[in-house]
Design a protein around this ligand. Sequence first.
Ligand SMILES: [Zn+2]
Length: 143
Amino acid sequence: MLHESMDAGLQKLIDGNRRFVSGHLTSPHQSIERRQDIITRQEPFAIILGCSDSRVPPELIFDQGLGDLFVIRVAGNILDEAVLGSLEYAVTHLRVPLLVVLGHCECGAVKATIEALELHEHAEGHLGYIVDTIQPHHPTSSG
Ligand SMILES: [Zn+2]
């Protein structure tokens, strides 16, 4: 049953992305009736862990609507305690069967990380946390 709903959810995302790519959006689940339907409950069919980049909003690129996706967006798709807590909530409380980690081209957070590594510099401010989290981590030889 879970596997079926996972496959069906993935197919919805694939179909929605095809509509987005072709420019034939249906913009589902955005009516006043839909808003009324989800006031007291939500049953998203997929969790999307994506980047904050303004060019990749999951509801738009997968042509989905209100209540369809449980979206977690953070620059560079990094995992921290808040993101993990959000994922855990979606899985354990909402029983969302499908998790998609959505990468994208020309990611500013990844570029900032590469730049910091090449220049041997530490990114300023809170961006430093994101860069530190994205950069490759190598196990120490001492174990
Ligand atoms: Zn990005």
